[in-house]
Design a protein around this ligand. Structure first.
Ligand SMILES: Cc1cc2nc3c(=O)[nH]c(=O)nc-3n(C[C@H](O)[C@H](O)[C@H](O)COP(=O)(O)OP(=O)(O)OC[C@H]3O[C@@H](n4cnc5c(N)ncnc54)[C@H](O)[C@@H]3O)c2cc1C
Length: 475
């Protein structure tokens, strides 16, 4: 009998709210696959035995295994397989740069139609279906060990460490400085990109395993390392890299200049878009805003500013292709009306006699080859100064660590950027019983990499709690 061959067709694309509509709401604009589309997309996956998508996923999810479950319409099992490696499938399905990770190495990229399986959209689908349908979802955990671990910071690194430790039967308490948990997933990434119901659901599943989250606890202030070290058998530090950097030009002290973190936190945490009726925190509306930077953070500032009816510009010293944000996101903000000035570098923020911002002076750049073989360097183009008039400047040029949580740990190794140094690939610091991971160690990366750090550190902590051994060879 002739074999029936399933004809693969083009990839199903994520449905989006139209730009005019999405500009008026902080609700999520990527709408997710309907069931029939998700199952259809899942069938595009050929379930490779040696799947090349797995090693390029920083969390090494077993992608074909859970996509096969979507093909079988068993979303609970699909989600369970995702959660074997990561407690944040709903988040990663939305915010991971899949086109540079799993999807970049999908065999369909090199066969047939050259379009990868929409792995991110399917991951989101499995997680959302479990949440929205209310299907029973219980997770197993090992019997209680009697050991206690303190986790500092409730971002993806800390929450992931807590999840995998709780599953191994350890008691975990997270100390979080802010009033809500989630780290950058809550105070940085706007709800337009990450639905808070999806985030809350995944944090609640972690709490359901017995993890206690103490919010409004600033470690180094409300509580210190000295208080924690006697009460806990091990400590994991995952306090991120949340201190906004500035661009380093004259005029940074003017009224109307924000760091990205300050700007985004006002909206995402303190709901300043409801000011003055329902919130106390003000935010500029109907103004002219210039965002400086070219990464995830810059995109999130643009998304946020556009939703406040601001005329919104981006200034970035490199090109779109050499920026670190996702390509599709530049398309989205451009569709919503953002004006993107590539190869443009700010040299001064200009103020009026009242000390308020009235413009930003910029210079054009060109990319020239790097003598040391690195990526091309931006070089100023002579006589290209120009002024972009504006009322607000948002500096989205990276974050640095805030060492408050760990500055009183005696002899703890810190690098020249104030990041925490780990001494081996098992996330150990040089102080016995103290582990660290996520942005506080790597200085700023991705959600999925923070999740991986948390997972691997949990494994190393578990081993330490069971054996009491601390010897390591410095790597
Ligand atoms: C605006 C923005 C957008 C981003 N967008 C993306 C994206 O789309 N995709 C992606 O993959 N990555 C993105 N990233 C990067 C990603 O969010 C981070 O790499 C990731 O959140 C790091 O996780 P973490 O747990 O190490 O730190 P964080 O998420 O920063 O969490 C650290 C937590 O520790 C708490 N903390 C700090 N100090 C103390 C203290 N003294 N005591 C107690 N708690 C403390 C903080 O309040 C915070 O809740 C983005 C980053 C930013 C800033």
């Amino acid at each position: 009998m002739a074999k029936i061959v399933y004809r693969r067709h083009d990839r199903n694309e994520m449905p989006l709210m139209p730009p005019e509509k999405r500009k008026k709401t902080f609700d999520e604009y990527a709408l997710g696959f309907p069931v029939n589309v998700a199952i259809d997309e899942a069938y595009r996956c050929i379930l490779c035995k040696k799947a090349p998508c797995i090693p390029v996923c920083p969390a090494e999810l077993d992608i074909p295994k859970w996509i096969e479950q979507i093909q079988k319409e068993n979303m609970v099992e699909a989600y369970r397989i995702i959660r074997d490696k990561s407690p944040f499938g709903a988040v990663c399905g939305r915010v991971c740069p899949q086109e540079r990770q799993c999807e970049s190495n999908c065999v369909l990229m090199f066969k047939d139609n050259g379009l990868s399986v929409a792995i991110g959209a399917l991951e989101r689908f499995a997680a959302d279906t479990v949440r929205i349908s209310g299907l029973p979802f219980e997770e197993e955990k090992a019997p209680e060990t009697g050991k206690k671990v303190a986790v500092l910071g409730a971002g993806p690194a800390g929450l992931s460490a807590a999840y995998f430790l709780a599953k191994r039967g350890h008691k975990v308490v997270i100390y979080e400085a802010l009033a809500e948990s989630g780290g950058v997933m809550r105070y940085g990434i706007p709800p337009a990109r990450l639905d808070r119901k999806a985030l809350d659901f995944e944090i609640e599943l972690i709490e359901k395993l017995g993890v206690e989250i103490k919010t409004d606890h600033v470690v180094g202030q409300t509580i210190t390392y000295g208080d924690l070290k006697d009460e806990y058998d091990a400590i994991f530090i995952g306090v991120g890299s949340g201190r906004g950097k500035t661009i380093g030009v004259p005029g940074e002290g003017l009224i109307g200049v924000y760091t990205a973190i300050e700007f985004l936190t006002r909206i995402n945490l303190y709901e300043a878009f409801k000011f003055p009726e329902e919130a106390d925190t003000p935010i500029p509306r109907g103004k002219k805003v210039v965002v400086v930077g070219g990464g995830f953070t810059a995109v999130d500032c643009l998304i946020t500013s556009l939703r406040l009816d601001n005329e919104t510009h981006l200034v970035y010293r490199r090109t779109r292709e050499t920026s670190s944000a996702r390509d599709e996101e530049w398309d989205h903000v451009a569709e919503e009306g953002a004006i993107l000035h590539w190869l443009t570098q700010p040299v001064e923020i200009i103020g009026n006699e009242k000390g308020e911002v009235v413009g930003i002076k910029c210079i054009k750049m060109e990319l020239v080859p790097d003598e040391k073989g690195g990526r091309p360097r931006p070089k100023p183009v002579p006589n290209s100064e120009h002024i972009i008039e504006c009322d607000i400047v948002v500096q989205a040029v990276g974050q640095g660590p805030n060492p408050l949580a760990y500055q009183d740990i005696p002899n703890l190794k810190i690098d020249k950027w104030q990041n925490l140094s780990t001494v081996d690939s098992r996330y150990r610091t040089n102080v016995e019983g103290v582990f660290a991971g996520g942005d506080v160690v790597n200085g700023g990366d991705t959600v999925v990499r923070a999740i991986r750090h948390g997972r691997d550190a949990a494994e190393a902590i578990d081993e330490y709690l069971k054996t009491g051994k601390w010897e390591y060879e410095e790597e």
